[in-house]
Design a protein around this ligand. Structure first.
Ligand code: NAP
Ligand code: MG
Length: 735
């Protein structure tokens, strides 16, 4: 079993690009922290690590791994928590299956993912894997609300070095299309519970058969509980209609959703799109497709793989493709379409990138084209719709002069949709779904048809109050225009407004805040930043996710450099690095040509905050000196352009870590608050400066050749260390 002790600062073990970067950066951090008596250690929340922890009973003693996520889940409920959380994979089924097969190949006797579990054992295996799937980490760690913004240095750098933005013109045919009825937005009902209660969700079929979908729910007093459903028939009609309209308009068809975070509902909606696109194929060959094990929810990639040897089906697919509008591509060179893999197109990353590019998507021919952006559910689609309309009317944003949109997001204790996976169900029969409280009251009910996707989400009172207080504090600290993105006409938001207004009034600050629908708030925020002013978006959980990609990508070109602080409700600190994900494309590039373009700026920002927090929590003044010096070093990396380049031959992630270490050591050697630290770091700073030519040459020497990491999801740590730490000179100085 792995180590269970808790270091002063937990630095998470994750996946893909950030994990590779950690192999280079963490030894530097540990060595520097050691000088201040601060321990920085790892806890494993990677996809592979979580799989191994869940199947310890299938492993040899040497292979067994602790459930670090559970350990961290407990830690974040204590005032001692100080966790630097890097992005991890929220696995779709294809990713999960790939990780399982890699681990099996490495000699871990874990079971296959049961696609159609039957026996009790298979059901158990499936339940364990389902708990690992999708957004399984963040909801456990986020025991607080979120405060995300660009650090001052980062924003100033972006203004001084504005990135390229695609032009927007009034005649762009790009648009956002969304359902006008039958979706989650229009079917939503919501209520705030007066007292604590248990609840269950029951389906009553038309013939009277009752099925308990979920029992044992429990809500404290004051919880806002929603219920809603997506009509499968309305969704299918909408998708068919949008495919036709796209063809008529001469644009690309694209679907944008979040199959990772909304791990139950969105893969099903994605599956509807695959079926709508290939409707004639499913009509003509439905039985054969089923026999071949095709599950549209797994995407076109999986489907093509299963039918590739069937000439009839392949011919039918070709015929449909010829008749369809061109599709938005994930990778046109490799023929990977928007509908290949459910987790390939993630709305919070895909829509901002498309908007930053002037509304253009990539077509099958590899050329840019205007695009119909299909976002079935209308709850948050207006944010993108309004942004597109704003730029069509006003032209692109100027990052050199634009102000900033900061975000305060309600997310503690699985607030809102984040916690709704266990309470989302695909209906198997027509009937009525009821949410029934312990005293028999039917809180919510909906008439449903087979195939409809019903879900309930909730948010507790304490997180709401904490979120409003955070808003009051940040508004007071900044004086920025502060907007609650809540729609009085939406059932859930109306319940939140009923909390927000009295809390603001009681604090005497009602006049300092505005409350607007997401559409109006989007326009107001874009107007504000266009004038060079700043604003705070105070939002629910989903908009927290969406906006902390949208505005940073427009303002800074990337969300990777964001400061992302979670003030844990029990007093601890969780420092998320950036707002981006784990950048799988970066890993591909490293494996092909040994260049890692991952930018660790998000890690630098989080690290500085983490040291400062440690100093406040423990009274260790050396930790504060370390933290202040991290900030100086981060500024140095930006000012001197030491961030990684995109192309092989340019400095990469490893170079930027060298420069970070050097600026950090310089700052520590020259500060006057702690003579001991200054004396310790003076020779290190000198060695790093004197070694520059040698270190840079050693880092450059290895580039351009493919590398072997011994695995993708579960790489060989020694091989990774060898690849990521190729400078003997630097390694010797770091020790
Ligand atoms: P992504 O990993 O953020 O990647 C999208 C693009 O953003 C990258 O290809 C890269 O652009 C850029 N990027 C992101 N972080 C960067 C960094 N530090 N330095 C430089 N560029 C950076 O988004 P994704 O492809 O949608 O998601 C990939 C995986 O991450 C998924 O498994 C997803 O579930 C997970 N994810 C995790 C979290 C989290 O744990 N908090 C958040 C979001 C996503 P270029 O390719 O142009 O360089
Ligand atoms: Mg996001």
């Amino acid at each position: 079993m792995t180590d269970q002790t808790i270091p002063d600062i937990v630095y998470t073990t994750v996946d893909e690009a950030p994990e590779l970067a950690s192999a280079s950066l963490l030894p530097i951090i540990q060595s520097f922290a050691n000088a201040a008596g601060v321990t920085v250690g790892r806890k494993d929340i990677s996809l592979a690590g979580r799989i191994l922890a869940a199947f310890a009973d299938h492993l040899t003693d040497a292979q067994k791994q602790n459930d670090d996520l559970a350990l961290l889940g407990d830690l974040v409920k204590t005032p001692q928590a100080n966790v630097v959380k890097l992005p991890n994979i929220s696995a779709s089924v294809p990713q999960l299956v790939a990780a399982i097969s890699e681990l099996q190949g490495q000699g871990y006797a874990i079971p296959d993912y049961p696609e159609a579990p039957e026996t009790d054992t298979e059901q158990d295996v499936r339940a364990r894997y389902d708990a690992i799937k999708g957004s399984a980490v963040n909801p456990v760690l986020r025991e607080g609300n979120s405060d995300r913004r660009a650090a001052k240095a980062v924003k100033a750098f972006a203004q001084a070095n504005p990135h390229r933005m695609g032009d927007w013109t009034a005649d762009s045919k790009t648009r956002v299309s969304s359902m006008t009825g039958g979706d989650f937005r229009s079917n939503e009902v919501s209520a705030t519970l007066d007292s604590a209660t248990g609840a269950k969700i029951v389906h009553v079929a038309s013939d009277g058969t009752q099925t308990v979908l979920k029992d044992g729910l429990s809500y404290p007093a004051g919880t806002v509980v929603d219920a809603t459903f997506m009509s499968a028939a309305a969704l299918d009609a909408f998708l068919a209609d949008e495919i036709e309209k796209t063809k008529a308009e001469g644009t690309l068809f694209s679907l944008h959703m979040k199959a990772t975070m909304m791990k139950v509902s969105d893969p099903i909606i994605f599956g509807h799109a695959v079926k709508a696109w290939l409707a004639p194929v499913f009509d003509a060959h439905g039985d054969k497709l089923a026999a071949l094990g095709v599950n549209p929810n797994s995407g076109m990639g999986d489907l093509l793989n299963r039918v590739k040897d069937d000439a009839d089906i392949m011919a039918a697919i070709d015929a449909v493709t010829a008749d369809r509008p061109p599709m938005y591509m994930v990778d046109s060179d490799k023929g990977i379409t928007n509908l290949h893999v459910p987790s390939d197109v993630i709305i919070d990353a895909s829509m901002p990138a498309l908007i930053r590019g002037g509304g253009k998507g990539w077509g099958p021919d590899g050329a840019e084209s205007d695009t119909n952006c299909v976002i079935p559910d209308n709850s948050y689609a207006p944010v993108y719709d309004e942004t597109v309309k704003f730029f069509k009317a006003n032209g692109k944003l100027d990052p050199a002069t634009a102000g900033t949109v900061q975000n305060l997001g309600l997310m503690a204790q699985k607030a809102e949709e984040y916690g709704s996976h266990p309470t989302t169900f695909e209906m198997t029969a027509p009937g009525v779904v009821k949410m029934i409280l312990d005293d028999g009251t039917v809180l919510h009910q909906h008439d449903v048809q087979a195939g409809d996707i019903w879900r309930s989400a909730s948010v507790r009172k304490a997180p709401i109050e904490d979120w409003v207080q955070l808003a009051i504090d940040r508004q007071a600290a900044t004086g920025y225009r502060s907007i609650f993105w809540l729609d009085a006409d939406r059932a859930h938001d109306a319940e939140l407004i009923a909390y927000v207004e009295p809390l603001l009034a009681a604090a005497g600050v009602a006049d300092k805040f505005e409350i607007m629908s997401p559409r109006d708030a989007t326009r107001a925020s874009l107007e504000t930043i266009t004038q060079g002013e700043n604003t705070i978006a105070i939002t629910g959980n989903v908009l927290r996710d969406y906006l902390t990609d949208l505005f940073p990508i427009l303002e800074l070109a990337t969300s990777a450099k964001m400061l992302s602080i979670v003030k844990l409700m029990q007093g601890g600190g969780l420092f998320e690095t950036g707002a981006g994900g784990s950048a799988p494309k970066h890993v591909q590039q490293l494996m092909e040509e040994n260049h890692l373009r991952w930018d660790s700026l998000g890690e630098f920002c989080a690290l500085g905050e983490s040291f400062t927090f440690l100093a406040d929590a423990t009274g260790n003044p050396k930790a504060r000196v370390l933290g202040d010096a991290v900030e100086t070093a981060t500024q140095g990396v930006l000012d001197h352009g030491r961030s990684p380049g995109r192309k092989v031959g340019q400095p990469d992630n490893r170079d930027s870590h060298y420069w970070f270490a050097r600026y950090w050591a310089d700052a520590l050697a020259t500060q006057t608050e702690d003579a001991e630290l200054a004396a310790h770091f003076a020779p290190i700073a000198k060695q790093l400066a004197d070694g520059e030519a040698e270190i840079v040459a050693e880092l450059a020497a290895v580039r351009g050749k493919p590398v072997d990491l011994g695995g993708y999801y579960h790489a060989d740590s020694e091989k990774v260390a060898a690849v990521m730490r190729p400078s003997a000179t630097l390694n010797a100085i770091i020790g």
